[in-house]
Write a protein that binds this ligand. Structure first.
Ligand code: PLP
Length: 418
């Protein structure tokens, strides 16, 4: 018989295999100081492009005040227990009401974390005769939700409406054959890696041809897209067609927790059947009060969103003018595509951090095909024109070095913490 622990340490996985050289630098880095566009990394000042603090709310003094006062008043324990048993409060319900109003849905339910919340929502929504049709580039939390689904699922090519139509046809045929079950379509408002919006409007248009319900994960679109910040549905003029709207608080709200909004009867069903909430402690009061404050600011301070977009467009235009490939983004998420090996990518990132004071994240093989590198830049309202200009200059200089082969190294630089 194999020892499970023995097997694990034989193979630490695609990223874990590099931990001895990477830990604390390329993986698990520690950014220090006040959250903002400039922070400290290993004692050096860096411009940070890795935080989803889209509206710059993380360190807003009004938010710090509410977070602090609520912690003093309630502590982190209150309320105790799951919402269903003993952990419900008027503040939790108020936040749900305001979120539903903002998203123009009848009701909303709070989730402790986005990841486990959406997984559990998928589990609560679908029985074994139901079929899930989902976008191929869905976030890991959706994929893990599918793992809980005992019935069939069909994947459609990323944002490919013709393939979506084909998969819906297959799903419909299967349900007709079974004589029971329905279809849940799952996609995202914004795909967080490439920055392209999900084709919500086209998907919704197919409701005239097929019968299905749509769940949209709009983690990145909430607070950032649309006239009022309602999200990708508002931006595309199809909010009504999203049956269930999901977002986390971990991005534009710079907090923790998440929510799902939709028709009252369905949210009520979920409220009484979502296992990750029924069997888990309620969100602590300071988080709920902090989120109420954040939502109020997100709704009443459009200047934050305007600043985010000013910065995003300046960054993206600057990169394009300097010959960079930023792919198909039509949101603030800014990928920069380059060619090179994993080792080269890490050497370039190190040069950016050590000599140019630019901190950004990279995506390499095996997440994407071998030989490709994606630098993922997240502009926020907290960045300045000077941050953006310095970054474009640093990218131009380091890209020239990459193309000249200056980063060709044998192995990932050993930057692990001593
Ligand atoms: C698209 C998407 N969905 C869900 C989540 C998970 O949300 P949370 O961080 O609240 O668990 C994330 C990451 O934060 C995400 O990017």
């Amino acid at each position: 018989m194999a020892d499970i622990f023995e097997r694990l340490i034989q193979n630490y996985g695609p990223i874990g295999q590099h931990r001895e050289r990477a830990h604390g630098y390329f993986a698990f880095p520690k950014l220090e100081g006040e959250i903002g566009s400039r922070m400290k990394f290993r004692g050096k000042d860096v411009v940070v492009w890795s935080l989803n603090n889209y509206l710059g709310l993380a360190n807003h003094p009004d938010i710090r005040k509410v977070d602090g006062e609520a912690s003093v008043q309630y502590g982190l324990a209150s309320p105790m227990g799951a919402r269903m048993m003993s952990g419900n409060t008027n503040h939790h319900e108020q936040l749900e009401k305001e979120l539903a109003e903002f998203e123009q849905k009848e009701d909303a339910i709070l989730l402790n974390y986005g990841y486990q919340g959406i997984m559990s929502a998928i589990d609560a929504l679908c029985g074994r005769h139901d079929v899930i049709v989902y976008d191929a580039e869905s976030h890991a939390c959706i994929i893990d939700g599918l793992r809980l689904h005992p019935g069939h699922r069909y994947v459609f090519k990323h944002n490919d409406i013709a393939d979506f139509d084909k998969q819906l046809e297959r799903a419909t045929a299967l349900i007709d054959k079974q004589g029971r079950g329905g279809i849940l379509v799952i996609t995202e408002g914004v795909f967080g890696m490439a920055g392209d919006q999900g084709i919500l409007k086209e998907i919704i248009a197919l409701k005239s041809k097929y019968q299905f319900r749509l769940l949209a994960d709009d983690a990145h679109g909430f607070g950032t897209l649309g006239e009022t910040g309602m999200g990708a549905g508002e931006a595309q003029g199809c909010q009504d067609g999203i049956d269930l709207y999901f977002s986390t608080f971990a991005k534009s709200m710079a907090s923790i927790g998440a929510f799902l909004a939709g028709p009252k009867v369905i949210i009520d069903y979920i409220r009484y059947n979502i296992r990750s909430q029924i069997f888990a402690k309620s969100l602590p009061m300071p988080i709920v009060l902090g989120n109420l404050k954040r939502l109020q600011m997100l709704r009443t301070m459009p200047e934050l969103r305007e600043k985010l977009w000013h910065n995003a467009l300046r960054l993206q235009q600057g990169l394009k003018d300097n010959g960079f490939d930023i792919g198909k983004t039509n949101t603030m998420v800014t990928p920069v595509y380059m060619k090179g090996g994993v080792e080269e990518a890490t050497a370039m990132v190190m040069d950016l951090r050590e000599n140019y004071g630019i901190f950004c994240s990279i995506v390499v093989y095996p997440v994407i095909p071998r030989g490709h590198i994606i630098y993922r830049l997240i502009p926020t309202a907290a960045h300045t024109d000077a941050d953006i200009d310095a970054t474009i200059k640093a990218f131009s200089e380091t890209k020239a070095k990459l193309d000249a082969g200056a980063y060709k190294v044998e192995a990932i630089p050993d930057m692990a913490e001593a």
